[in-house]
Design a protein. Structure first.
Length: 365
């Protein structure tokens, strides 16, 4: 069995490990290698997905920082706590540096005898559509020739916002609470990953034309629980919502970031990809167990099971962002009522935790 994964990226490294464990010969093909710097980007991974990753390769414990509770506020009524997630194990999700996970998975792939890295030209990529000897092809790049040819028709939304990410250095503290504050400029997240370092993601709406100094001052204002605080340099990227209307062509499947881009306010983008990998893995296992051929049917079954759920999940995140934008016009009145409603309904809180951990299908099975 042979699989082709297009793109030198974290998604494909994890998927290659999964497929290699099923005795696939895996080609990771790319036009260019993507270099991940030791920057300030962090990834939030749910507990269920951390368990999945640890079943494939061991993540050093010192790379993982457990989050015990999650608090959501509106800057207008910060005294009203929206949600405080606490599960039985006292861990809701984990923070780790994107660079560290990229390096771990890349090294694991390099050690596997049935995983091969190959440099492909654009012409060679295009030939894959017409003739290939792979059981299936996974394309997890957004801008290559295949994406432009087959997956260009998308449902898109420009959030007209820029995510400013940084590391907040501060005095040592317990630091196991993730905080999301909906401010005038946009949603601001504090995501701890050590006793004295907290990742900051501030999604600022472009219409406010906020300067870097203004953004820094806003972050420091809301970081009042931290002492001796100092921000590192910002990294920035534009925020967009994107879902291809068509996600497969013959035996080629659109995947990873090419399959779904969502707003980062809930930290669910990478978790969606990990759930997709697990689903694809389960479908392949069922085919192998039942003695069925591993072919395009794998792709069509995946599309049927996940396309509508991923879109529903992504639009749900959009709704949350839109709700708090509208709420600003009402001086926090709507969110205050919503917070009270959720706090009086523990079943909603329980289901919210479950969806964040395992996906929307976990409550409709």
């Amino acid at each position: 069995m042979k699989a082709c994964l297009i793109g030198y990226n974290l998604t494909n490294f994890i998927l290659a490990i999964v497929l290699a464990n099923k005795n696939f010969k895996v080609d990771i093909v790319f036009e260019k290698k993507i270099k991940i710097k030791q920057g300030n980007r962090t990834i939030g991974v749910s507990k269920t997905n951390i368990d999945f990753l640890n079943s494939l390769f061991k993540i050093p414990k010192n790379y993982l920082w457990p989050i015990h509770d999650i608090k959501i506020y509106n800057s207008k009524n910060k005294h009203s706590q929206f949600l405080e997630f606490k599960d039985r194990n006292n861990e809701n999700f984990f923070l780790l540096k994107q660079f560290n996970l990229f390096e771990i998975t890349k090294r694991k792939c390099e050690l596997l005898k049935n995983v091969f890295f190959k440099n492909f030209t654009e012409k060679k990529l295009l030939k894959l559509e017409k003739k290939n000897d792979y059981n299936f092809i996974i394309n997890s790049e957004t801008n290559n020739i295949l994406s432009k040819k087959f997956f260009f028709n998308k449902i898109q939304k420009n959030f007209n916002s820029v995510a400013h990410t940084s590391i907040l250095n501060h005095k040592t503290t317990q630091n196991h609470s993730a905080i999301q504050i909906f401010t005038k400029l946009g949603p601001l997240a504090f995501l701890p990953f050590s006793k004295n370092k907290t990742s900051v993601v501030y999604s600022v709406e472009k219409k406010y034309k906020a300067s870097e100094i203004q953004i820094t001052n806003e972050i420091l204002k809301y970081a009042q629980n931290f002492k001796n605080k100092k921000l590192e340099n910002f990294e920035k990227y534009n925020l967009k919502f994107s879902f291809p209307r068509k996600i497969n062509s013959k035996n080629i499947l659109c995947f990873g970031e090419a399959l779904h881009k969502i707003h980062p306010l809930a930290g669910q983008g990478f978790n969606m990809t990990l759930r997709d990998i697990k689903l694809l893995s389960n479908i392949i296992d069922k085919h192998l167990y039942n003695g069925l051929e591993v072919n395009e049917t794998i792709i069509t079954n995946f599309v049927k099971k996940t396309k509508h759920l991923n879109y529903l999940f992504g639009t749900g995140i959009n709704f949350i962002n839109s709700f708090f934008k509208i709420d600003k016009r009402f001086e926090g009145y709507l969110s205050e009522k919503l917070f009270t409603f959720f706090n009086n309904n523990p079943t909603l809180i329980k289901n919210s935790i479950k969806i964040a951990d395992k996906g929307i299908d976990s409550i409709i099975e």
